[in-house]
Design a protein. Structure first.
Length: 358
């Protein structure tokens, strides 16, 4: 009954905001409040009280939970059944919630080798800007049909609606893991990761930092031993801690007040095409860059490399006038505006969070 009351309270708050024409900032645990653009809102919608697992079918490899459910509780429940979220989401704080995880759309080190957040979404229950609770998708794979509107919520940062509940695919935890590390220049590391990508190897994470190439393997004891002979390198004693610290940005690379840029590029992008203090993930497809950089120049470099650049943490630096995300072409931005009008015609929910004029 309390769960019904919590959902009803959220609906009533959105209806009241609509009547007062008062923009609303959606808040769960607040762990990713730094990400995106500042919200131009008059009220706060606290979703953290709407929590709890609704359904979990280990044999179906699927879980459904309310948007305010703490991410730590979800991961603990899955681990107790030998399962995990396939995309290894970052928390960035103890208050991370399931809804915030989907709204941010951020995937961890395992993303190119398993799935992204969007890939794992089966269905959502969404509260739109008109105070309507809408259901899209399903709770298990066999029930998912029709237009895949549920996956639009991954990375939307709440501008389309409040995530009341979400259903996700889950995956078995592999029987074993091993992290190998070797001294390697960045150009050689990029070439080596591309070579590994052409082979059928049980690699679940790669990273280059400070002249060292890290590679995580997952699988059976026999498979790990065989792959070790191919990949080579020294076993890292506490490899899990390294990947946890990388995912949560606790490594020394991420410390300090310098701006942090996130560049998504082609894996084959040469090391010298994007200068600066760099950490590389995803086989070369994800480049983290620290320091003061000209936003336009960095965006051009990322675009020339087949991708885009995001000011992930603005720190003390001012944000670009057109926002922290790479500007979209006119046709793509028009699609965004059309979606916003369909889900939130009065522009009440998280205005400006994704793009300044959205």
């Amino acid at each position: 009954m309390a769960d019904i009351d919590a959902e009803r309270a959220l609906i009533e708050q959105v209806l009241a905001a609509r009547e007062a024409r008062a923009p609303v900032a959606i808040r769960g645990g607040g762990s990713k409040g730094f990400y995106g653009n500042p919200v131009q809102a008059e009220r706060v919608l606290d979703c953290s009280v709407h929590r709890g697992v609704i359904a979990y079918e280990p044999t179906e490899l699927a879980i459904t939970m309310r948007g305010g459910t703490p991410l730590t509780e979800v991961e603990a429940l899955l681990a107790a059944h030998g399962q995990q979220l396939p995309f290894e989401p970052p928390h960035f704080g103890p208050g991370a919630t399931a809804g915030g995880m989907i709204a941010a759309g951020l995937s961890g080190p395992r993303r190119p080798y398993a799935a992204s957040v969007r890939d794992a979404v089966l269905g959502v229950r969404l509260l739109n800007g008109q105070g309507q609770a809408l259901d899209f998708g399903g709770r298990v794979m066999k029930n998912v049909a029709g237009y895949d509107l549920s996956r639009l919520m991954a990375g939307s940062l709440g501008v389309l609606g409040v995530l009341l509940a979400v259903s996700l695919k889950v995956a078995p935890v592999p029987p074993g893991r091993m992290t190998l590390v070797r001294e390697q220049s960045l150009p050689d590391a990029l070439a080596l990761m591309r070579r590994w990508a052409r082979k059928s190897l049980p690699i679940t994470a790669t990273a280059w930092l400070d002249g060292r190439l890290y590679c995580r393997l997952s699988g059976s004891e026999e498979g790990l031993a065989e792959t070790h002979r191919i990949v080579e390198g020294l076993p890292l004693p506490d490899g899990d801690a390294f990947w946890d610290d990388l995912r949560e940005q606790r490594l020394a690379f991420f410390s300090g007040d310098a701006p942090l840029w996130r560049l998504s590029v082609r894996p084959a992008t040469p090391a010298d095409s994007i200068g600066g203090e760099t950490l590389v993930e995803w086989g070369g497809a994800l480049r983290w860059l620290r320091g003061e950089h000209d936003a336009d120049a960095l965006r051009r470099a990322a675009r020339d490399a087949g991708g885009h650049a995001t000011l992930f943490r603005a720190a003390a630096a001012s944000r670009p006038a057109d926002g922290v995300f790479a500007p979209l072409s006119a046709p793509l931005m028009q699609l965004h505006h059309n979606l916003k009008r369909a889900f939130d015609p009065d522009g009440l929910l998280n205005p400006g969070r994704l793009y300044p004029r959205l």
